[in-house]
Design a protein around this ligand. Structure first.
Ligand code: IDP
Ligand code: MG
Length: 151
């Protein structure tokens, strides 16, 4: 079972889109296993976005993600990473497919509402960075066999 980390970034929180984003992923069928509302420290932001250090948008990205609280959610499913990336749409909202979260609710790449892990290994690493093991819940939903073929 794959895991992916979703962040509803400060713009999503301020704009009242927390429920909308979670609802789209929830209705798709992924299993929720962890969630918290938190202020991101500069240290955590730097670790999370280490791959982007040195890029022109890096400083803006760190101040954006640390500017006010975010909601962080862990989802589990057979193809959790790909499923969330598809629901979010590509990084630049004006290039994202209609019907995706970024296309439906955002206009600028630097205010694109959500983060989703970009690969299964990265998903596992990001979950470990943001959550302690005891903050994640191992459970089975009623009716899960009607969403996951193997569970
Ligand atoms: P992703 O969030 O779709 O995985 P990444 O390339 O990993 O996209 O970039 C991380 C985040 O950095 C983006 O979601 C966006 O908020 C921000 N970002 C990426 N490229 C730009 C840019 O050219 N200008 C401003 N912000 C950017
Ligand atoms: Mg990324």
């Amino acid at each position: 079972m794959e895991r992916t980390l979703v962040i509803i970034k400060p713009d999503g929180v301020h704009r009242g889109l927390v429920g909308e984003v979670i609802s789209r992923i929830e209705r798709r069928g992924l299993r929720l296993i962890g969630m918290k509302f938190m202020q991101v420290s500069p240290e955590l932001a730097a670790q999370h976005y280490a791959i982007h250090k040195g890029k022109p948008f890096y400083d803006g990205l760190i101040s954006y993600i640390t500017s006010s609280p975010v909601v962080v959610v862990v989802w589990e499913g057979p193809k959790a990473v790909e499923t969330v990336r598809q629901l979010m749409g590509v990084t630049n909202p004006t290039a994202a497919a209609p019907g995706t979260i970024r296309a439906d609710f955002a206009v600028e790449i630097g205010r694109n509402l959500t983060h989703g892990s970009d690969g299964p290994e990265n998903g596992a690493a990001e979950v470990a960075l943001w959550f302690k093991p005891q903050e994640l819940v191992s459970w089975q939903r009623d009716g899960e066999r009607w969403v996951f073929e193997k569970n």
